[in-house]
Write a protein of this length. Structure first.
Length: 367
């Protein structure tokens, strides 16, 4: 039994540390996942708490895993793990049954699990923590209580600072498809032999007030006594989807500029602001100034936003505003505004508003 407890402690410690770490690498991505949950469960009034909750959750996961793995304040760590498993195990069962959000986000964008896979993972972790709880009375304190609390607190503070750094300067590891070095058009290709989506189509017919559903194999095609009412299609197996499948840029006049951007042999700097009204005036002004510098030095500069055309036109600063889907913009970069530098459709640089080089440094970079 001692060996089983030891293995359980290692599993729980590593899984919770990993789960917390990948969320801390991309705290804004975790906040977007909280937003998805709040929208799915009609709790939009909590949306402003998405980012604080994202940082709180990954910190608790990391501290719990760190405590269990190292044995520092082990009882406290076990209670933290148990409380989280009691909350999230039934929640993931609900998600698996109803599927309001396709990916729970438990491992950020580093590892994607279906809702049923997540529920299965939680059952295993719950069993492991129950095994550890069965021997909780045998746990002995390794060091002085104050020493252990100092170690745990220090680890937690450093972890929060790590998350804040990633929030301000972009994730230190980019798990998203728009990584530096990626040629966007190549990530949009669908192979000829790629499996397609498979749907199950049901036909609804009515006869003498009685409605019945039929499949493609048994619907009453030649029986005129049945009246066609409706049909519905349900996706039963997802086909191949390229890593980048929704990249599209539309100009202010409704013109498609996607290929123009992807095939430009020169430099193109994209200023990405998913919502203009959500970005600070100061950061936008800095971006507009950089844009004017780019244009004066022969570099294409586009502002990609999901804000409406009326709001874009209100700036009237001579720069080119383009429309792109908000989800795509969130996937491209975790900053508002953020910047992506392209050359021949290949990403050669990504920066948050805080980490973007100044005009002089940027000019040297592209020469």
């Amino acid at each position: 039994m001692k060996i089983i407890r030891h293995i359980s402690r290692i599993i729980i410690g590593l899984v919770f540390i990993f789960s917390g770490a990948v969320k801390a690498i991309d705290p804004l991505g975790s906040a977007y996942k909280f937003h998805d949950y709040f929208m799915a469960f009609n709790m939009g009034f909590l949306d402003k708490l998405s980012l604080p909750l994202a940082i709180l959750l990954c910190t608790l996961e990391f501290i719990a895993g760190f405590s269990v793995l190292t044995g520092l304040r082990l009882k406290t760590g076990l209670w933290l793990v148990m409380i989280m498993m009691i909350i999230f195990t039934p929640l993931t069962l609900v998600l698996a049954l109803t599927n309001p959000v396709s990916d729970c986000g438990c491992f950020g964008d580093a590892v994607h699990l279906t809702n049923w896979q997540t529920f299965g993972k939680n059952i295993i972790l719950l069993a492991a923590v129950i095994i550890l709880f069965s021997g909780i009375k045998q746990i002995k304190q390794r060091f002085k209580k104050s020493t252990e609390w100092i170690a745990i607190s220090s680890a937690g503070i450093l972890f929060i600072l790590f998350a804040v750094f990633n929030l301000r300067y972009l994730p230190v590891i980019d798990f998203l498809p728009y990584k530096t070095g990626v040629k966007i058009s190549e990530k949009m290709i669908i192979p000829e032999d790629a499996p397609a989506d498979i749907y199950e189509t049901t036909f609804i017919y009515e006869k003498e007030g009685d409605r019945k559903e039929f499949t493609i194999d048994n619907y009453p095609a030649n029986d005129t006594s049945w009246k066609f009412i409706d049909q519905k299609s349900v996706l039963i197996k997802k086909g191949f989807e390229p890593p980048i499948h929704d990249f599209s840029i539309t100009g202010a006049e409704g013109d498609d500029m996607t290929q123009q951007v992807l095939t430009n042999p020169g430099y193109t700097l994209l200023m990405i602001t998913k919502k203009l009204q959500e970005a600070s005036t100061e950061n936008l002004a800095s971006g507009f100034e950089l844009g004017r510098f780019c244009l004066s030095n022969g570099i294409d500069f586009l502002i990609l936003t999901s804000s409406g055309s009326d709001e874009s036109k209100s700036y009237d600063n001579g720069l080119k505003f383009c429309s792109t889907d908000e989800t795509t913009l969130k996937t491209m970069i975790r900053s508002n505004p953020g910047y992506i530098l392209l050359k021949d459709g290949t990403i050669i640089g990504k920066w948050s508003h805080a980490g973007c080089p100044d005009k002089e440094s940027f000019g040297k970079m592209i020469r």
